[in-house]
Design a protein around this ligand. Sequence first.
Ligand SMILES: Nc1ncnc2c1ncn2[C@@H]1O[C@H](COP(=O)(O)OP(=O)(O)OP(=O)(O)O)[C@@H](O)[C@H]1O
Length: 456
Amino acid sequence: MTHEQWGEIRQRLLKTVGQNNYKNWIEPIIPGNVEAGIATLNVPTNFFGNYVSQNFSDLILHEINAEGIEVSRLNFAMNPEKVANAPALATKAVENSPSKTAASESRTDITSTAPLDPRFSFDNFVVGKPNELAHAAARRVAEGGPVTFNPLFLYGGVGLGKTHLMHAIARELKERKPEMTVLYLSAEQFMYRFVQALRDRKMLDFKDLFRSVDVLMVDDVQFIAGKDSTQEEFFHTFNALVDQNKQIIISADRAPTDIKDLEERVQSRLQCGLVVDLHPTDYELRLGILQNKVEAQQKTYPGLDVADGVLEFLAHRITSNVRVLEGALTRLFAFASLVGREIDMDLTQDCLVDILRSSERKITVEEIQRKVSEHFNIRLSDMIGPKRLRSYARPRQIAMYLCKQLTTRSLPEIGRRFGGRDHTTVMHGVRRIEELKQSDGQIAEDLELLGRALKG
Ligand SMILES: Nc1ncnc2c1ncn2[C@@H]1O[C@H](COP(=O)(O)OP(=O)(O)OP(=O)(O)O)[C@@H](O)[C@H]1O
C-alpha cells in the first residue's frame, strides 16, 4: 500500500471515526505490505493493536477495499520503531491545526507511541479515602492552570490506578487546553527514544522535542533505575522543563527515596514538588469501583443483573488490587452470559474459585490469640502463660483449636507459640473443643463468632 493510498484511506476514516478516535487510533498506524490478501499495519504497542483490531478493523478493511486494494484480513504488527520513524503524513486534520509546525508534527508521532486508553478518564475513576489526595492533585494539574507543584509525583502499589490517573490528566489537558503539547509516555519509551536518538545521531532533535513540550508525563519512572545514561538525560530534560516552568507529572510504584539505583540527585529532584501516594484500597472503595464497573459491563451485557450480596462479597474477599477485582467482574459477566445464568453467589463461587483461593486472607496465630483474649476478656499474657484456671484454660484451648482450623501451622508450632507447650497438649485442647462444640451451645456460638470475626 503506498503512502498516498493510505493517506486517502485515513482521510475517509477520519470522517467515520471522528477526530478524537482518529488522532488516538488511526493516525499512529503505519501501513506495511499487502500479501495474499493480508494487509500488515504497524502499530506502536500490543494494546494499541488489540484495541484497533476490536474497534476499527471492519472500517479499515472496508476503506482499504474501497481504495481498490484487495484485502480480506488485517495483521497488526507491533513495530514501535517503524511507527516512531515514519515521516509525518500530512492529513487535513493536522493541516487544519493552527499550531502546526515541523516540530509539532513529529511530536504528534511521539505522543502517539503511548495511546491514551479511552476507559481511563476522571469520570471513570472512583474516589475514596485511599486515593482522594492523589485524585485531587491530579485534578488540579489537569486544569492546566499556573504550575504550583512541580513535579507531581504519584506512587502506589500494583494496579491501584496510577496509569488511570495519568491518562485522565493527559486526556483532560488535551480537552481543556488543546494548544498545549502534552507528552505522555512510559519511562521505558523514554529510554527507547533516547537510545534510538543516540544511535541515529539525532540527540539534538531528541532534546529539542522533549524540551519543547508544555507538559511531560512519565509513567513507571522506576524503570530507569540503574540505567545510568538514561537517568542522566532524564535529569537534564527534567531540569530544562522545570526551569521553563513546564509541568511534569511522574508515576512510580514506590516513593522516590525507595527506588533503588536511582541517583540521589534524581531522587531529590523528584521530591521537590508534590509527592502523593495511592494507598491500598479499602472495602468501601472496592465496593464503589465494583458498582462503577458493573455499569460498564452492563453496556456490553444488557439485562445481566448482579444478585444482592455478590459485590459486597467480592469487595470483601478480593483485596489484592483493582485489576484483579476488575478481572473477576469481567469473568463473571462473560461466564454468566455464556451459560445463561444470573450472577449470584453460586455462580460467583464456581467461576472465581482460583481468584478467591489466592486472595484468601492469611490469619496468623497472633491474631487469633488477640481476638480470643479480647472475646473472653482476659489478658493475652494469661492466655499464653502457665495458669491452669478454667477461665484461662478454656479460651486457650479455643484459641489452639482456631489456630489448627484457620492456619497452616503444625501442632508443635502452635504449642511453641502458646508459651512453649508440648504438641500433645495442643492436640488434647483441640480434641476437647471439638467435643464441646457438639455438646455445648455456648462454645459453638463463641466459635462461630470468633471464626467470623477472624475471617473478616
Ligand atoms: N479508583 C479507581 N476507579 C476505577 N478504576 C480503577 C481505580 N483504580 C484502579 N482502577 C482500574 O484498575 C486497573 C489498574 O489500574 P492502573 O493500570 O492505573 O494501575 P497502576 O497503578 O498503573 O498499576 P501498575 O503498577 O501495574 O502499572 C485499571 O483498569 C483501572 O481503570
